[in-house]
Design a protein around this ligand. Structure first.
Ligand SMILES: Nc1ncnc2c1ncn2[C@@H]1O[C@H](COP(=O)(O)OP(=O)(O)OP(=O)(O)O)[C@@H](O)[C@H]1O
Length: 348
């Protein structure tokens, strides 16, 4: 497991000081993949460098298996760093070495005997599905294969933490899927704590168990994927949902944005809500996925019924509905009790 406590990184001094990471508290258990997302300049690369101690944090702790690595003197840090394997965006392999020789590098630095290194490399190549490419040079490998070699090399010294710094960025969707599947397999087989830093939101849904959003050097939000996706008010949860372009509601109907607000939404909620409100629910857009066996998702639906009735019906089945702001124009304004109620509603 890895935990970051009050992790802070300041570049420069005095009037030129820039606080790039500002008191981060993050914990990743063994067997968990945490995705860290955030816009450009949020501090993701700096975080990666502080986690693998290529940069010393200005203050705070990087605790791996109970020991604070950030506080270690340089000579001890070299050894302690082995507990964290890093996979970079481009696998950065040595071009004159074969896949097997690249994977062997960390073992050579450590002074492992050639026989031991050979057997460990063979085991790692097998783990990443590249035994048949052992003697190939980087220029003979595809982007996905290069990343697999990078992953094998990162695992050579049996780390307990794997740091993936934009490791799937720039790969095509199919290759990304296969690298993601490999990371999940390794997480399970080796009980790794994985920190997966990315700017690609759609990859997060496929790879992570939990996610944290970094913004201006602070953790703006974090939680398990299911919690984030079933939290109607979570900006990160909403950003993780695939982007949809809903159809227009019919004349006289209003568009409602509906999210799964519980882990126990019945599969036939559409029929149930429709029966309860007493009118057919028009489905304008929807995305539903299963995360760890829990259904999550959102839908945009069109309904004529008055607001409170709609919200109650959805809430009874573990869903939360808010009127979409764009449903206003062209749609008759609510009157009477409806208008009063809707003044109290939160726009999606
Ligand atoms: N060595 C440095 N000295 C001063 N400022 C730095 C240094 N390294 C990074 N920064 C600043 O820290 C902030 C965060 O940079 P960082 O590269 O960590 O962000 P990022 O989230 O990885 O961005 P991107 O997704 O564009 O790579 C930026 O404002 C950057 O200018």
């Amino acid at each position: 497991m890895i935990s970051l406590k009050n992790l802070t990184k300041v570049y420069g001094h005095g009037a030129n000081a820039v606080t790039v990471l500002d008191g981060l508290d993050v914990e990743v258990a063994s067997g968990e993949i945490l995705a860290v997302v955030g816009p450009s300049g949020a501090g993701k690369s700096t975080l990666a460098q502080c986690i693998n101690l290529l940069e010393r944090p200005t203050s705070g702790q990087v605790i791996v298996n109970g020991e604070d690595l950030a506080g270690l003197p340089e000579h001890k840090l070299r050894v302690a760093r082995r507990r964290i394997g890093t996979v970079f965006q481009s696998a950065s392999l040595l071009s004159r070495r074969t896949a097997a020789q690249n994977i062997a590098l960390p073992l050579e630095y450590l002074g492992v005997t050639p026989a031991e290194a050979k057997s460990r490399v063979a085991e790692l190549l097998d783990r990443v599905g590249l035994s048949h490419r052992a003697d190939h040079y980087p220029f003979e490998l595809s982007g996905g294969q290069l990343q697999r070699v990078g992953i094998a090399r990162a695992l050579a010294l049996r780390p307990s933490v794997l740091l993936s710094d934009e490791a799937t960025s720039g790969l095509d969707p199919e290759t990304t899927r296969s690298v993601v599947a490999l990371l999940r397999q390794l997480r399970d087989d080796l009980d790794l704590a994985v920190v997966f830093i990315t700017h690609e939101m759609d990859t997060v849904l496929h790879v992570a168990d939990s996610a944290a959003r970094l913004d201006h050097g602070r953790i703006a939000e974090q939680g398990s994927l299911v919690d984030l996706l079933t939290d109607h008010d979570s900006a990160l949860g909403r950003a993780l949902q695939p982007h949809l372009s809903p159809a227009e509601p019919g004349a006289g109907s209003r568009a409602w944005y509906v999210t799964y607000d519980s882990r126990t939404v019945p599969a036939d909620w559409l029929q149930l809500v429709s029966a309860e409100i007493g009118e057919p629910v028009a489905l304008l857009a929807a995305t539903i996925q299963s995360i760890d066996g829990t259904s999550t998702g959102n839908a945009t639906v069109g309904l004529r019924a008055e607001a409170r009735r709609v919200q109650r019906a959805f809430a009874r089945h573990g869903l939360r509905a808010t009127l979409r702001p764009e449903s206003g124009p062209g749609i008759p304004a609510p009157s009477g009790a409806d208008a009063k109620e809707e003044g109290q509603l939160q726009w999606a």
